[in-house]
Design a protein around this ligand. Sequence first.
Ligand code: ADP
Ligand code: MG
Length: 682
Amino acid sequence: MAKLSDPVTILKGVGPTKAKQFANLNIYTLGDLICHFPRGYEDRTKLVPIAKLEPDVPACFKACVMTTPRTSHIRKGLDITKVQVADTTGRLNLTFFNQKFTTGQLQYGKEYIFYGAVSGDFIGYHMTSPVFEPLDAPAVTTRRVLPLYPLTAGLSNAAMLKAVHQALALCDPPAEIIPKAVREQYGILPAERAYYAIHEPSSMAEAELAKKRLVFEEFFVFSAGLALMRASRTEKKTDRYENLDLKPFLNALPFTLTGAQQRAIADILGDFQKGTPMNRLVQGDVGSGKTMVAAAAAYAATQNGRQAALMAPTEILAEQHYQSLNRLLAPLGIQTTLLTGSMKPREKAEVRKGLSDGQIQLAVGTHALLSDATVFRNLGLVITDEQHRFGVGQRARLSAKGSNPHLLVMSATPIPRTLALLMYGDLDVSILDELPPGREPVETFLVGESYRARIHAFIRRQVAEGHQCFVVCPAVEENEELGVKAASAWAETLRQTVFPDLRIALLHGKMKGAEKEAAMASFARGEADVMVATTVIEVGVDVPNATLMVIEDADRFGLSQLHQLRGRVGRGSAKSYCILTTHNRNPETLQRLKALCKTTDGFKIAEEDLKLRGPGDFFGSRQSGLPAFRMANLSCDLQTLQQAQTASAAWIEESGTADTPEANALSARIGELFSRAEGTMN
Ligand code: ADP
Ligand code: MG
């Protein structure tokens, strides 16, 4: 008996070359192989009489070889073998190309099972290169449901099939983790059967059942893991805040809070009274006023003698947050400072001293906050902005600088409600689904290449009025992807031929961190008229004077991402515009992009995006915060997800920590799943 952790090289026929190919698919062990699930199946179970074969529909049939196979050598590299077969309903001519060796196995007068599709003309049907097996041989490629595996160069489906078959014969599949009662309630196959049936199902129906079980299993492990995390959080203790009077803060605001902001703040104040650390996500569209919510939380913390820290992913965002928070909180007597990596050592040392002796109440900064040299006297609240850029590890490091501090995560990525719970794992969620009054939506247009001259004229007009423009391209360099605008080349073109008189800046992800920051800061200071950029501008920087964004080849982006990009304009008082360009003529694509012209509601756009593209693409290349599910698909399997959530919650409530084989196997699997997701989970 072999173990799931044994390397694939113990299998027959798997040497170093094959092992490398398997590694391309992230398959290293027998367990990986058993968890390499088919992407689909071909139903080769039914036998069809020759007379009933339909053109171009592949099928199995049993037939007797009526002629000795004859191979003709046509030219170098081309042999053709012909043979006639028959059953009681008819005859069929078979043709094989360059398969002398295989066809040599066909014996006159013997019966075989063939699988292939006939093609026909007025002379009659014939078939090209069917697969076949002797009637008395084991069914490997015919008379079965054939799994179709995700493959890689050099690795055939047949090789995969063989390897998986051996692995299943050599070791037990992963242990059962779903209790019998749950399996019975939801009609779920036992683990052992499911792992065999997913690879070697006796029918399409059985393959479906196996799939259902494995999807359920993944969700079950995931939601059980989240439930345990949540449970362990409520075991931590922290002091209750006594002073929750926000009146001085609210009076100092130049506006009244939106209903959504008030609700989010009420949620936070509720958390502060619980005596366990808050773990809350505030999710809101760009411009929904998340900073004010963070400010209210920071104010409350300082009124209770605690320090607060706000961490932003870039220096320039940190700087902006510092400016707006300091302006608001300084008159209320709250000492706020900035701490970033590029500050002079002496300045940093001074800030750190203020933090360790408690002089400074609110620190706004970058990763510099995480450094060992940064010590807080009494850190009670940790706030992170744009959480996609921070891993759990970083969040935990900042939290570790206090004793069970409250945690507030702010995200500008609207996530459909159905997914929020899943995405944010153990976080409670407050949603800012309301914009401050009087906002003029960014007017959005979708245009084709014929509008090029008008686009340029429009850019010119904005600049002439003293405003600035963004031009966003899908790629950085020309050769990256054929036929899409590349930022560097396009910036050059604009600079040299289109707008030689304007100041054109460039910003893309291949620039160094400091270079990017400098380019962005310079643009924010008004030192360039047009900034040509890739999606790196997506995160947060405020340039209120930018009133136009042109997004080139907009069909290359997801809807949510386009919405996110568009949020970079319309941040000042001037009317703002977004122009989406595309060469694409596909009606569905155009439909999708038009949705963006009609609404500026990030949540609606996210729902639409999720519906259209599924979660994998929906979250795009950015870290989704979700573990990589092998089988489950969030857009189709939501009902199963809900069932698994209910079931796992109930089970953990009853007996989750009991010392049963299932509970132990489950906690091992949770550890595995979450360590695979480490760094991306939030
Ligand atoms: P977000 O971080 O959610 O994108 P901000 O917190 O940066 O949004 O707020 C965007 C702008 O709206 C800021 O200039 C802020 O001062 C302003 N603002 C926030 N809340 C309100 C409100 N309730 N009424 C009017 N303006 C507001
Ligand atoms: Mg913000």
